[in-house]
Ligand binder design. Structure first.
Ligand code: PLP
Length: 422
């Protein structure tokens, strides 16, 4: 039998060196990042992350002290800009170090605890995730799940609320996993409020890409990630709590289970500029620039850009011969789900697209679809033509009969009907 210790005495990678230097492991084989990264950046046209503007990339390369006067000014300005994006006057707006799921977890772990009842409106993977998080903190979770690809209707929610008592209702505005839009979000939030329940809303792909009015619609906790509609980097997310939600947080009978996501602790940094944990400075600066660009563009213009871009692309995809998974009435503009044509393997098609056209779109979480993102910088005409051409030509390469020229012509017609689009 091989002596397991004998292998450790070689000078191979990871070997234990018994010399007295105080270093017991040798470094691994070194590969410079340039060798790993593609020589030309791929165009990210999937469900996120999305391309970032130069100002955001530049800010992401800067580190300053996370406490002190300069950072205070950054945080105060960032919060004002975030309030505009969320359309809220609430001063309980804060960043979260982590992916959008971290902001979701912050909402859930602060507003729910054992014994609290949660109605989870599940239209796919991400809204389902809110229910999983609620169950993990010991809340009693009831899940309402319409047929795949259908939104949750206010009628169904009204019925569920009439049958039981709930403290929190969770839902997503745009369900990226299948491309459906919960277009009755304002009505559902109003029902939750009338019932005495708080609403937790995932606006990860919809914040700044389509209308969302936190105060006017009476939403209680709204979360978003950096890397989607805001066109910032992944890793710093945003959350906004209503006064009602904050009132609940201040009166929790038990402390939150997650120290990092404890909203009262986080407010020390985001409200009083005191230490909570070391803030992810470059990511916050990147988010600052991303929000500045959102404010500079203005929400109405930004929403219009996203709508025109996505609907023109949808028209191009359909004119080419592809079928869209969600009927127009409930279709999310921020992420377009394309039904996979018969007989093709999405993984193979996407790998070909990436290799040959340097364009990436997303696969799925188990459904027979592929997904194209329409968030932030993805919604520029040069990117639309590239992704449409790459998608059409890649499917065609694997035998799908598509009229790529007609698709491109339709995209051009749709865009030129909108004079202002760039
Ligand atoms: C609607 C929605 N919610 C939540 C998430 C989770 O985001 P993250 O992967 O940054 O945690 C995603 C990611 O795609 C999403 O699309």
């Amino acid at each position: 039998m091989e002596d397991p210790l004998a292998a450790r005495t070689s000078k191979a990678e990871g070997a234990i060196d018994t010399s007295s230097s105080g270093v017991s492991l040798a470094p691994p084989a070194l590969v410079p990042l340039d060798v790993i990264l593609p020589s030309e950046p791929l165009l990210l046209m999937g469900a996120g992350p999305v391309p970032i503007p130069h100002a955001v990339a530049r800010a992401n390369g800067v580190v300053i002290n996370h406490l002190g006067a300069t950072m205070e000014r950054v945080i105060e300005n960032l919060k004002s800009m975030a309030r505009y994006a969320f359309q809220t006057r609430s001063d309980k707006v804060m960043g979260v170090a982590g992916p959008a799921s971290a902001a979701m977890e912050m909402a859930v772990t602060n507003l729910l605890w054992p014994g609290r009842r949660c109605l989870c409106l599940k239209t796919g993977t991400f809204s389902g995730r809110l229910g999983e998080m609620a169950a993990a903190v010991g809340a009693e979770v009831t899940t309402l799940e319409p047929e795949t690809g259908q939104p949750v209707t206010a009628e169904v929610v009204r019925h569920a609320l009439a049958k039981g008592r709930f403290d929190v209702v969770t839902l997503v505005q745009g369900e990226t996993s299948c491309g459906v839009l919960n277009d009755e979000l304002p009505e559902i939030a109003a029902l939750a409020r009338a019932h005495g329940a708080l609403s937790i809303v995932d606006a990860v792909v919809t914040l700044s890409t389509m209308p969302l009015e936190m105060d006017r619609w009476g939403l209680d906790a709204v979360v978003t990630g950096g890397q989607k509609g805001l066109s910032s980097i992944p890793g710093v997310s945003l959350i906004a709590f209503s006064e009602r939600a904050w009132h609940t947080i201040e009166r929790r009978p038990v402390p939150p289970t997650h120290w990092c996501f404890d909203a009262m602790r986080a407010q020390r940094f985001w409200g009083a500029h005191q230490y909570h944990y070391t803030a992810p400075v470059p990511g916050i600066l990147a988010l600052y620039e991303a929000l500045r660009l959102v404010c500079e563009e203005g929400l109405e213009a930004r929403h219009a850009r996203h709508r025109v871009s996505s609907q023109s692309l949808q028209a191009g995809l359909e004119a080419m011969g592809l079928r869209l998974f969600i009927p127009a009435k409930h279709r999310l503009n921020s992420v377009i789900a394309i039904s996979l044509p018969d007989g093709v393997d999405s993984k193979v098609v996407l790998a070909h697209m990436s290799r040959k056209f340097r364009v990436e779109i997303s696969g799925s979480f188990g459904l027979d679809i592929v997904r194209v993102g329409q968030m932030g910088e993805q919604c520029r005409s040069h990117n639309l033509f590239k992704v449409l051409y790459a998608t059409g030509m890649s499917f065609r390469h694997f035998g799908v009969k598509l009229d790529v020229s007609e698709g491109l012509a339709e995209l051009e017609r749709a865009l030129t009907r909108e004079q202002e689009f760039e």
